[in-house]
Design a protein around this ligand. Sequence first.
Ligand code: PAF
Length: 282
Amino acid sequence: MQTIRTVAELRQAVIQTRRPNKRGGFAPTMGYLHEGHRALIEASRAQCDVNVVSIFVNPIQFGPNEDLGTYPRDFLRDEQLCQDTGVGILFAPGTTEIYPAGFETFVEPGEIAKPLCGAFRPGHFGGVATVVCKLFNMVQPDVAFFGQKDFQQCAVVRRMTVDLDLPIKIITIPTVREADGLALSSRNRYLSQQERQRALAVSRGLFAAAEKFQAGERDVGRLLAIAKQHLTAVDRLEYLDLVDCGDLKPADSPLRSTALLCVAAYVGSTRLIDNIIMPLPT
Ligand code: PAF
């Protein structure tokens, strides 16, 4: 595995590894890698010939009062995980490599970025789209892998690749969970033992509603109410919504097409997000 710090070296490595009929896979991350990231890398390895992972804590996707300063980092452990999972190139640039002095051009996503997390984190998806667009231009993958936990991020990136004619297939990999249901996230590390226990309310709420859905419940209000019963254990519920999986607008009741039940909540000072798909033929 090559660990690369600069865009110039990355471009060289990409040129050297690109061959006709070889697929390039890419998993962009912010590091502090966990089993969810491992699943992205494994999917990339299964589907592609050349596999690139990036680790970059992107400052422009954090709001002024968010956790940029404390975002967990452990580069040596991450590098080892990449090595062990068969990554070919690990790209780990510094901030000024991605945003040199004078940088002033941004990608601005449209409607897809407005509801859910977009409503509570102004500018977040603009920051994500900008860095992902830049990374795509640097890595030039054929396929890029993102986790379903960040469902809206996947939707924003997918929309961007269509709108900006980026010839990259976006693949969403199912959320990886702890045995008790907690969705894996680098931010879980912020949780105390007691908070970790209360954080289970998030996945339990989703699972309880999904169970009712599987039993035939299609009423949006009733499905949301079931999830909400569990969510009384969190400190602050930011949103709990059932939305159309395609445009992320509120789902019609009764449900007629595949919907996404999604939640963002604070436990202590940790913001957690999670979601579950309620599949229906369109
Ligand atoms: O999901 C993440 O870790 C980040 O939002 C991403 C896609 C690497 C962009 O910084």
